[in-house]
Design a protein around this ligand. Structure first.
Ligand SMILES: [Zn+2]
Length: 101
């Protein structure tokens, strides 16, 4: 869909599960994380996220999933629990203006 090689600054990490660019994101104030920038895969078709629904239902009998969360400071990644496809999107950092719209 999008032209390849368009944004190759190497600044934004990509998701190891779906290869989409991750989205800059700040944890909600009531979370256990420090208010520092993470990168999260908000691709609703990411296999990690899609598979999570089934796993959470089987293991915990809950309707929830998780998205890939990457900490650029430590270079580690882990799950970000979500209860819907739109959950936690309000904490996305809108720093990339798209002026050509
Ligand atoms: Zn992904």
């Amino acid at each position: 869909m999008r032209p390849e090689g368009e944004e190759m600054e190497g600044e934004v990490p990509t998701c190891p599960h779906c290869s989409e660019k991750l989205t800059a994101w700040i944890p909600p104030p009531d979370s256990a994380w420090k208010p520092e920038r993470f990168y999260v895969c908000f691709n609703d078709e990411c296999p990690y996220f899609v598979r999570g629904w089934q796993r959470m239902r089987e293991k915990f009998d809950v309707s929830a999933s998780y998205r890939l969360r990457f900490n650029p400071r430590t270079g580690t990644s882990g799950p970000l629990p979500v209860w819907s496809a739109t959950a936690l999107r309000e904490f996305i950092l809108e720093e990339d203006e798209q002026p050509d719209e």
